[in-house]
Write a new protein. Sequence first.
Length: 153
Amino acid sequence: MLAREPAPLIVRPARAEDLERITWLEDAAFEDSWPRDLLDYELTHTRTFLLVASRGDDLPLPGYVLFHHVAGEAELLRLAVDPPERRQGIGRLLVEHGLERLRQTNVRVCFLEVRMNNEPAIQLYKGLGFQRVGRRRGYYRDGTDALILSLSL
Ligand SMILES: CC(C)(COP(=O)(O)OP(=O)(O)OC[C@H]1O[C@@H](n2cnc3c(N)ncnc32)[C@H](O)[C@@H]1OP(=O)(O)O)[C@@H](O)C(=O)NCCC(=O)NCCS
């Protein structure tokens, strides 16, 4: 019998049944992870969209991204990829899909905050054209500064 090809990776809007896995990914990625209730709220918020990477409904989702937008401006609020699945282009693909969706909704600019020592994320965002526009000192609970990045769409 021929070995089955791995299913291609797609990016699609998150569904209610993805919430458990998204909460798991959130906990695996962040010390200050968002609770399930908040992620659930974001899933149905009209100004928010949550996208997931998927290889099929019977396989665990490798990552997700969450954007909020209002009055032509957006913010990338969360992005996480399952640790063993990192460095395969999944994070970049998720953000690219989100940015394209923002362009289609006439959003002009996207901002985000990132820990100033989060080199993987900073490199990913810079590779997509984000530029540093500010810094918030002691922004995170452990005292780490946040860099503010932005991208004109
Ligand atoms: C940041 C994160 C989402 C990246 O996801 P990923 O799927 O591994 O990223 P990609 O494979 O798409 O990488 C895209 C680019 O980002 C940069 N990058 C990613 N991981 C990196 C690392 N460990 N070191 C340096 N650069 C890295 C590289 O430029 C990479 O391009 P390349 O592989 O062609 O060199 C992932 O590391 C993660 O979930 N981290 C924990 C949560 C987090 O920090 N989220 C961001 C909060 S602002």
